[in-house]
Ligand binder design. Structure first.
Ligand code: ZN
Length: 680
């Protein structure tokens, strides 16, 4: 008996983890795919005229069993994996991809979707229109409407692109691994923390250089080195090596590769009827169009640059006073800003941790949700789990009705990947008028309790928990009709609003007093400590903002234009970054050649979204600050925004919440970088 292939006979129909064995996955997937294909065939062979119900809604409902198996499988592969599951993944993933491709390339299916799209839509409600548009665009963006010849061109471009992205990443990796800084004189370690020195000694031993210390361009080695090393010439050496990756005259140079990637993306977009790659990408984003992104970036730059310049001046004065250089170079920035930060705020993890016992922080996040939205969390011991460390809850609404199942999995272990994330085992949707409630999970890697000490979180872990909890609330409070538009299924530059906004509560005394108590004395966290914490969080924010705007501008420069005209990658980048470089540019350095986010990963024409989401969360929280951080009216409006998921365009949704568009300056106001006068 394969548990996936029958009704779940469990509390709230939760996944029957105790019955699920590894050998169930592939047979269940096979059967689920066959069923999904049959469901699609039923749509295409339908003799009746295509309608929203018999085509769009039917397609949305198809493949339910596939989703059920895939959700459990991928969640386990992230949170509780082993060799066997990883082996299964090598079969599982290609089958799933093929199933998806078969649907997207199904010409008969597209004919019906297109017919519904081109038909009169006036009888459809807003949510139905959204689903129709999403479905239709999905096919169109995949080339369903192209001639056979153009379809072939598209596939050829896609193939070349996937090879080039891999090649780009391999070059960055090779250049990152190629460099090492070998130190054999102990005096050259001056300033470095003990743990970093130990790690460097271990790296040296691994490389057969016993008794020496090796530093590399990997982040855990590079970042602490340039932050703490007293040796300016060594920081310079490291910074230059890092900045010139894949930009040197050797086999790993990425300039031609990245130009080719940008050019192919441009051609691909043109083939699909768009002006350029950014326009293609932004069609499915809250920002909608490259012009809007450019205006957005300009607004932030204009508002943030004076603050950034001031910060660099302050840092220069500080360095000079402490026997440093009279001009801050790239390799001085982290070093002096870390020193200045320590001096100014005198705050570190060890001071804060005693106030953040894990159980208290969880409790605190639940209280915040209750105060804002009236929902409550009740631990349940009768819900099956995939590991004994997982805690399971039933979530109830203000009227005590069942709202969701919530899984929380906090501690690291073998078989769990790094980081923190939110996921779901069942999406919310409505079937024949019945509201199917979601099963939501958050997975983290927090400090474990010991025999003598409870789990005490760093402040960053506290904000991480609130962040993931914010994503969870997005899922828990979903109230859509269609799973693919429900909960966190929203545009990509909007999905971080519900999570990031939650982090703001962690800096408010009124909120911290609900739960942040010293685990030994029970004393509340001191107000002045909270103030310092808040101030230190926005330290050098002007500089950081300008830097982020620079990276986003560079991304747009490659993707919102025709890159065929670019001759010299270095000269082009220098020109593009002219307005956003607050420190002198380093000869031989190039950002584009190692900009893996946009040339290897999925952030092309999307780097702006980091700042975009921050603006949204700062602007949204400003509304709470104006009316009270637990104000019922604002909370009710925000709940409406969260519950809507992707059923309404996010720009419209946000306007309904705030009464206007988000103000880019909210971000700098939160950081205290704008006074009323400076704004006028
Ligand atoms: Zn997130």
């Amino acid at each position: 008996m394969n548990p996936f292939l029958q009704a779940y006979n469990t509390v709230f129909e939760t996944a029957p983890f105790e019955e699920i064995k590894e050998e169930h996955f592939l047979p269940a997937l096979k059967e689920a795919i066959a069923l999904g294909k049959k469901e699609v065939e039923d749509i295409t062979s339908n003799q009746a005229e295509p309608t929203f119900e018999n085509t769009i809604e039917a397609l949305e409902a198809s493949g339910e069993m596939v989703t059920r198996v895939a959700e459990v499988f991928y969640n386990l592969n992230s949170a509780e994996t082993n060799d066997e599951i990883q082996k299964i993944a090598r079969d599982f993933s290609p089958q799933l991809t093929e199933y998806g491709n078969d649907i997207m390339l199904n010409a008969a299916l597209f004919e019906r979707v297109k017919a519904v799209y081109e038909d009169d839509q006036s009888a459809l409600n807003e949510e139905q229109k959204m689903l129709l548009q999403k479905t239709y665009r999905g096919f169109m963006r995949n080339g369903a409407n192209l001639s056979d010849e153009d379809k072939d061109k598209l596939r050829a471009i896609d193939n070349e692109l996937s090879g080039l992205s891999l090649h780009f990443g391999e070059n960055v990796l090779a250049e990152t691994n190629d460099f090492e800084l070998v130190i054999d004189n102990e005096a050259d370690l001056e300033g470095l923390p003990e743990g970093i020195i130990e790690a460097a000694a271990e790296t040296a031993a691994e490389k057969g250089k016993e008794g020496k210390w090796v530093f590399t361009l990997q982040y855990p080695s590079y970042i602490p080195f340039v932050t703490y090393s007293q040796k300016r010439e060594l920081r310079e050496k490291m910074t230059k090596a890092f900045g010139s990756r894949a930009n040197k005259v050797n086999d790993y140079n990425n300039t031609e590769i990245l130009k080719r990637i940008a050019t192919l993306r441009y051609q691909r977009a043109q083939l699909l009827g768009f002006e350029n790659h950014a326009e293609y990408t932004l069609q499915e984003r809250m920002a909608e169009h490259p012009d809007k992104v450019k205006t957005f970036l300009n607004d932030i730059l204009e508002a943030g640059k004076p603050a950034g310049i001031k910060e660099v001046e302050e840092l220069t004065a500080y360095a000079k006073k402490n026997g440093g250089p009279s001009e801050i170079k790239k390799w001085d920035f982290s070093f002096y800003s870390e020193k200045l930060k320590q001096e100014k705020f005198q705050i570190d993890d060890d001071m804060l941790k005693p106030y953040f016992k894990l159980e208290d922080v969880i409790d605190g996040s639940f209280k915040v949700a209750e105060l804002l939205y009236g929902i409550t969390f009740h631990e349940r011991k009768d819900i099956q789990k995939y590991h004994k460390d997982v805690i399971t809850y039933e979530v109830k609404d203000a009227q005590d009705n069942h709202l969701a199942v919530f899984y929380a999995d906090f501690f690291p272990r073998e078989g769990k990947r790094n980081g923190a994330w939110m996921t779901s085992y069942r999406s919310q949707k409505k079937v024949a008028g019945v509201d199917i409630r979601p099963h939501i999970s958050i997975v983290c890697n927090f400090t474990k309790p010991t025999k003598t000490k409870p789990s005490l979180l760093t402040f960053q872990e506290v904000t991480t928990l609130f962040h993931e909890f914010g994503h969870a609330l997005h899922g828990i409070m979903a109230s859509g009709t269609y799973a693919s538009l429900s909960g966190t299924n929203v545009f990509w530059d909007f999905v971080e609003l519900p999570s990031q906004v939650m982090e703001n509560w962690c800096y408010e005394k009124e909120c911290l007093d609900l739960f942040a108590r010293h685990y030994e004395t029970g004393e509340k966290i001191p107000a002045e400590m909270v103030e310092r914490l808040k101030a230190s969080a926005s330290f050098m924010e002007g500089y950081a903002t300008v830097r982020q705007v620079g990276l986003a501008t560079l991304d747009m420069a490659w993707h919102a234009t025709n890159p065929e005209n670019v001759k010299d990658v270095n000269a082009y980048e220098n020109e593009v970054l002219k307005e956003t470089e607050l420190l002198p540019r380093v000869e031989g350095s190039n950002t584009s050649t190692a900009f893996s986010h946009i040339f290897q990963g999925g952030y092309s024409a999307g780097y702006y979204s980091y700042k975009w989401a921050e603006v949204l969360d700062a602007d949204a929280f400003e509304y709470f600050l104006e009316e009270g951080i637990f104000n019922e009216n604002v909370a009710t409006r925000f709940k409406k925004l969260i519950s809507a998921g992707g059923t309404v365009h996010p720009a419209k949704l946000y306007r309904e919440f705030r009464g206007r568009d988000a103000d880019p300056k909210a971000l700098l106001r939160r950081a205290g970088l704008l006074t009323e006068n400076a704004e006028a």
